[in-house]
Write a protein that binds this ligand. Structure first.
Ligand code: NAP
Length: 254
């Protein structure tokens, strides 16, 4: 039985993850964390508002769906306490991810930082990197619900990183192009652009649009429901407990 802590259990992702754990006979909830929780116990599971109060708790995995502001400290805290982190919260810097990987190696603990737990999004990233070898002119458009705190999304950044590794370096667009409204061309990443759309009704969506002489290619993924992330979270919980190093990207556990 794998004992799971869920940080951010009152949020949209955290509450969906809580239901997933409750419905899997191989998993059990060890604790729930949320700084503003009023309850002391939910369904027999202890609730904590201050993460330091969990120190020494008997658990295996720390699932994190909190906010970009806290996620780095939370992940360090999990590793320091011997819990393998499974982190869906986005907003890490590359340096923070490297530090956490080093710490996991020291602690001999598995873990995952996954900008996206949906299998279709993992495939989108891989297909986009494949296409970028042949179509170096591209733009990424990510679309999310209007409560999302960070932009661009972690998935867009990870997609851009994978594309950059294989794409012939170049700057796109006209050399003398001019933004008449600041931000009109989106964020610049290694010579190409990332655009973030925020609207009510959306969940998590991304397009990578490639353009070449006389042809175009668009690769798109849609998460219509947060349940789309849960098979990835479930797989990650069961895999990280067998590993001795944190990885960045669900594809490394598949
Ligand atoms: P959300 O509904 O705002 O949930 C976040 C929850 O975390 C809130 O209930 C928040 O409480 C709580 N929280 C804030 N600080 C905390 C802390 N220090 N410790 C414990 N809990 C804390 O957001 P969401 O839509 O569930 O998304 C959560 C994160 O997951 C975001 O970063 C989002 O980008 C990411 N995400 C990842 C994936 C993926 O596949 N990897 C998919 C979807 C979303 P208050 O509201 O009371 O502050």
């Amino acid at each position: 039985m794998i004992k799971v802590i869920i940080a951010g259990f009152k949020g949209k992702m955290g509450s969906t993850a809580m239901d997933m754990v409750k419905n899997d006979a191989d998993l059990t909830l060890a604790a729930l964390v949320d700084p503003f929780a009023q309850e002391k116990v939910v369904d027999g599971v202890p609730v904590f508002t201050v993460k330091e109060d969990l120190a020494g708790l008997d658990a295996d995995v720390w699932v994190d769906f909190t906010t970009p502001q806290f996620v780095y400290e939370n992940t360090r805290f999990a590793l320091e306490n011997g819990w393998a982190p499974v982190v869906g919260t986005t907003g890490f810097t590359p340096e923070e991810i490297d530090e956490l990987i080093d710490l996991s190696i020291q602690k001999k603990l598995g873990g995952l930082i996954a900008p996206n737990f949906a299998i279709g999004a993992i495939l989108l990233m891989q297909f986009a990197a494949q296409a970028a070898r042949y179509f170096p002119n591209l733009e990424i458009i990510e679309l999310h619900h209007d409560k999302k705190k960070d932009a661009p999304s972690g998935t867009a950044i990870k997609t851009a990183e994978l594309i950059s590794k294989v794409r012939a370096a170049q700057t796109q667009g006209a050399a003398d192009e001019e933004e008449l409204l600041a931000g009109a061309r989106g964020a610049e990443f290694d010579g190409f652009r990332i655009h973030s759309v925020r609207l009510p009704g959306l969940v998590a969506h991304q397009e990578v649009i490639f353009g070449a002489q006389g042809e175009g290619l668009t690769i798109r993924h849609d998460s219509y429901d947060r349940v789309s992330f849960m098979s990835g979270v479930n797989l990650a919980i069961k895999e990280v407990v067998k590993r001795e190093q944190l990885v960045y990207g669900l594809e490394h556990l598949l």
